[in-house]
Design a protein around this ligand. Structure first.
Ligand SMILES: Cc1cc2nc3c(=O)[nH]c(=O)nc-3n(C[C@H](O)[C@H](O)[C@H](O)COP(=O)(O)OP(=O)(O)OC[C@H]3O[C@@H](n4cnc5c(N)ncnc54)[C@H](O)[C@@H]3O)c2cc1C
Length: 458
């Protein structure tokens, strides 16, 4: 029978003949095709460098993290992918409503001068657009190829070992490159092998559980709840709410709604998958507001996923021949939807350093050190904003304060306002006060840009 696999492996070999082979060498090897890896590959390919990206999954692949803030547009403009994102017509989000310890705040991006919206995206589609864009710009992208280990003994030409699983094969080989970008997400390929990845705090041992519902109601920009038919006329907001020792998100998408819980791992310790699903559904049903939104909804069976290993950072993310970016470098509680923006920022910073290093190898160590401090600054900023009293681990306060002083006024105001909506930002507000930006903000703007709401209309 034509095309049927045979035990001798002839079929696999003949399939492999038609597949484009992974080259033996390149300027830059990127591990992982999420937002960090694909945008890094795009930046470098656009600058004319020879980039190979190895991705272990088959795209489109599922991913969590569906709420995007408008800050992403400046990065997608840089890589020229904004138009392709716009053409997909993802849901435009106007802002957020946060119910935290019974205080309700609404933030609208338009109040801060943002002319482009945030987005609620299906990440499989969004990430696929980014990866295809990288390929269309000249990056060589290979799905189903898993990076296994590395050999940095020749610092000029590191060697990467991978397994190519295309065509049902398990072909092992190597590729040499001048620079490695680790964008492998939470598996933190390099940081784990270098043993530099650290959990932020043992007290911050959280677990995220998320699943999808059909037919849930959504929260509109006018704070009322609507059935999904109204999405054609009413802009949604991301809905976030605290409870006991955790918090929950509700993000309406096209055709389904993403709901996720962040809880101390202790709460689900010893539970199997089924018990976690019961815990998830019961918690959702017990929370005010959320239970109203989910009243008419149906849980999509089998959609529950969870992720432990919640908040981590690495104290060295750049070396003279490698750069760890996105979640491969650090992960910050996603309460302010910073993840994809951080991935884009890191990709831009790392590729700038690599481009300069490829032109002028003599200074490559210096470029990597500069990049390290930029990326640690950005992570420190996000971490102090999102992790409450635990957020000081691994942060260089001086760097964070400098960034606060350099931010455009409206961007700073939006973040300062966001920092008032939960009790997570003590460190951030302390640093902002020390940097001299908080007092100025409180004098001039307090109360003008954030709306404290008495109640929700559902
Ligand atoms: C519960 C939760 C909620 C979140 N909510 C939000 C949100 O609302 N908004 C937001 O902006 N962010 C959110 N995030 C964060 C966001 O999802 C991530 O920050 C973002 O996906 C990081 O992109 P990345 O490219 O670094 O990693 P990923 O998107 O994880 O991509 C990494 C890729 O590397 C591949 N890979 C891994 N190992 C290998 C290997 N050895 N070889 C080859 N390929 C490999 C993987 O298959 C994957 O495709 C959330 C995260 C969590 C956990």
């Amino acid at each position: 029978m034509v095309g049927s696999p045979d035990p001798s492996g002839c079929f696999r070999r003949s399939v492999r003949l038609f597949m484009k082979a992974v080259p033996n060498s390149c300027d830059v090897l990127v591990i992982g095709g999420g937002p960090a890896g694909s945008s890094a590959a795009t930046h470098l390919a656009q600058a004319g460098f020879d980039v190979v990206l190895l991705e272990r999954a088959v795209f489109p692949r599922n991913q969590v993290g569906e709420s995007l803030i408008p800050h992403i547009w400046k990065f997608t403009d840089m890589t020229g992918v904004s138009e392709k994102i716009e053409q997909e017509c993802f849901l435009a989000k106007a802002g957020s409503i946060t119910v935290w310890n019974d205080k309700i705040h609404q933030i609208l991006f338009s109040d801060f001068g943002y002319t482009r919206p945030g987005l609620h995206v299906e990440r499989d589609i969004f990430d696929d657009i980014l990866l295809k864009h990288a390929e269309s710009c000249g990056a060589q992208v290979f799905n189903e190829v898993t990076v296994k280990k590395f050999d940095f003994s020749d610092s000029q030409w590191p060697k990467i070992f991978y397994t190519d699983k295309r065509g049902h094969s398990n072909h092992e080989s190597t590729i040499r490159c001048q620079y490695v970008i680790d964008a492998s997400g939470h598996s933190s390929f390099l940081a784990n092998q270098f043993k530099v990845r650290q959990t932020i705090s043992t007290q911050l041992n959280f677990l995220s559980l998320w699943g999808y519902f059909e037919n849930a109601r959504f929260v509109g920009v006018d704070r009322k709840s609507y059935s999904t038919e109204a999405l054609t006329t009413v802009k949604p907001v991301t809905f976030v709410m605290s409870f006991e020792d955790g918090w929950v998100w509700h993000i309406v998408l096209r055709g389904k709604t993403s709901v996720g819980l962040i809880v101390p791992s202790e709460r689900t310790r010893g539970m199997d998958r089924q018990q976690r699903e019961v815990f998830f559904k019961q918690t959702c049903a017990s929370l005010p507001h959320l239970n109203k939104l989910l009243e008419p909804a149906r849980f999509i069976e089998g959609s529950l996923q969870f992720r432990p290993d919640y908040s981590y950072y690495s104290n060295k993310i750049c070396g003279e021949n490698y750069y760890c970016i996105g979640d491969a470098a650090a992960f910050v509680d996603p309460i302010f939807s910073h993840g994809v923006q951080n991935a884009f920022y890191n990709a831009a910073a790392a590729t700038l350093a690599i481009k300069e290093s490829l032109k002028n190898k003599k200074h490559r160590l210096r470029y990597s050190q500069l990049c390290e401090s930029r990326m640690q600054q950005f992570y420190g900023f996000s971490r102090s904003l999102s992790l409450g009293e635990f957020g000081s681990n691994g942060i260089n306060p001086g760097l964070v304060k400098n960034l606060m002083r350099l931010l455009p006024q409206l961007e700073l105001e939006l973040i300062l306002v966001a920092s008032e909506t939960t009790n997570r930002s003590e460190n951030f507000r302390r640093l902002a006060r020390e940097a001299g930006v908080l007092g100025q903000f409180e004098e001039n703007f307090s109360g003008r840009k954030t709306e404290r709401i008495g109640a929700l209309d559902f």
